[in-house]
Design a protein around this ligand. Structure first.
Ligand code: T46
Length: 394
């Protein structure tokens, strides 16, 4: 419940006027449902009680309604949820409210003796009104929010290191980034006209209330995107498109000493320099010159390769007839390698050390060790790459 309450706060911050409008609509529906229920029930039976006797109960119901809305976040992503979710959430709202009211009525013996039956009828009518009014108001709001901005709202998910490149890449697709979700914002980046956040709840709320229509990831492995965000996107019917590169040569940050005898220190930091979570580290040592290894590709594994001592060539093949040789000949030079690239490593100097940071645990099934199989795999992959969508069970 605490988590839901926190998310409600973030939603409120992102879409205050619209969220308030939903709360007001809910309360109007609740009071209307009670009036209707009283009319239906009291109209059919003779009672010495009147609707006035029932008013305190309605007041308690209103207070419970506000409590449930905020505490249980029953307006969760309300603007973007589909009809099925709308019905489930509204039913949840009504059920929790009914239970709370029952507890209050039983423990305090408040209200007229007819109130229990009216309460059932009222909550049933309330549920119907809730679903109908939300559906209608959502349709109106979507037009207002979409219509008020001339261009689409686009979210880019990336790391500090790849922000500028990601924006440029999307500009090439004639898409202007309006929001950025950074896995970590070390440099406290600010960009004019672009909202940057590193808070998952905040970005979820913005996707909902700012009506973000397209989401891209750039330069990171899809597994780095928080599960919570993927789940929220799928709840809102949004897919995440992966953009990016197959490999990247990068220079690590290095602190060199004025006195060469003191050596140099290079370093890599998670989420900032490494666009995936490290699950495994391995290194290859005691090597002879002209050693050849590799001859495989990965389906899932993202890796960062570097050679802290010696010289190693990495020959990459994208399966489409393009070959590229990268020479790791400096301790501060790294090769970021995304899945789907055939590789061969050639040791150019005996004793050279190859270090690898990997995004996956060792899994022999995730390797493609047959070149023909790789070519077929790659063709399929390329065919879908432009619309590569992340739909992951979370
Ligand atoms: C890659 C290049 C750069 C394990 O049991 N656990 C491990 O974590 C690794 C990496 C390997 N192994 C076993 C599997 C084989 O029986 O060690 C043996 C040698 O592995 P492989 O022939 O795959 O080694 P390389 O040098 O051809 O490839 C390695 C990595 O496997 C690969 O992911 O990209 O380094």
């Amino acid at each position: 419940m605490k988590e839901r309450f926190n998310f409600f706060r973030k939603q409120f911050a992102a879409g205050k006027p619209w969220l308030i409008s939903f709360i007001v609509i809910d309360l109007v529906c609740l009071v209307a449902a009670n009036h209707l229920a009283a009319k239906v029930y009291l109209g059919q039976h003779y009672f010495s009680y009147t609707y006035n006797d029932y008013r305190p109960i309605v007041l308690i119901m209103v207070l419970i309604d506000i409590f449930v809305t905020v505490g249980f976040d029953t307006l969760h992503l309300v603007l973007r949820r589909n009809r099925k979710d709308e019905i489930i959430r509204s039913a949840e709202h009504v059920a929790v409210s009914l239970v709370l009211l029952a507890v209050i009525l039983f423990t305090t013996k408040t209200g007229a003796s007819f109130s229990r039956a009216i309460v059932y009828i009222a909550y049933f009518i309330y549920f119907i009104l809730l679903v109908c009014s939300h559906t209608l108001w959502k349709a109106i709001l979507q037009r207002i929010i979409r219509g008020s901005s001339s261009s689409e709202s686009i979210l880019l998910i990336t790391t500090d290191r790849f922000v500028d490149e990601g924006i440029q890449e999307l500009e090439k697709k004639k898409s202007k980034v309006t929001d950025i979700f950074l896995l970590k914002n070390m440099d406290r980046r600010e960009l004019e006209g672009v909202q940057i956040t590193e808070n998952v709840d905040k970005i979820k709320a913005r996707i909902c209330w700012k009506y973000i229509e397209k989401i891209f990831i750039y330069g990171i492995d899809y597994q780095t995107v928080p599960d919570e965000l993927i789940k929220a996107c799928s709840d809102m019917g949004l897919s995440i498109e992966a953009l990016g590169f197959e490999y990247r040569v990068m220079d690590f940050k290095t602190i060199a000493n004025a006195d060469p005898k003191l050596g140099a220190l290079s370093f890599l930091e998670g989420k900032i320099d490494i666009p995936f979570s490290i699950r495994r580290v391995y290194w290859i040592t005691e090597t002879e010159a002209d050693l050849h290894r590799g001859f495989h590709a990965h389906k899932l594994n993202c890796q960062l390769l570097f050679c802290p001592y010696g010289v190693i060539d990495i020959i990459l093949d994208d399966g489409l007839g393009n070959e590229k040789k990268i020479t790791l000949d400096e301790p501060y030079k790294g090769l970021l390698l995304m899945p789907g690239m055939w590789r061969e490593m050639v040791w150019r100097k005996s004793g050279s050390v190859l270090c690898v940071l990997a995004s996956e645990y060792y899994d022999a099934d995730e390797y493609i060790r047959n070149y023909d199989e790789f070519i077929t795999y790659k063709k399929d992959y390329i065919a879908k790459r432009d619309t590569l969508t992340i739909w992951r069970e979370v």
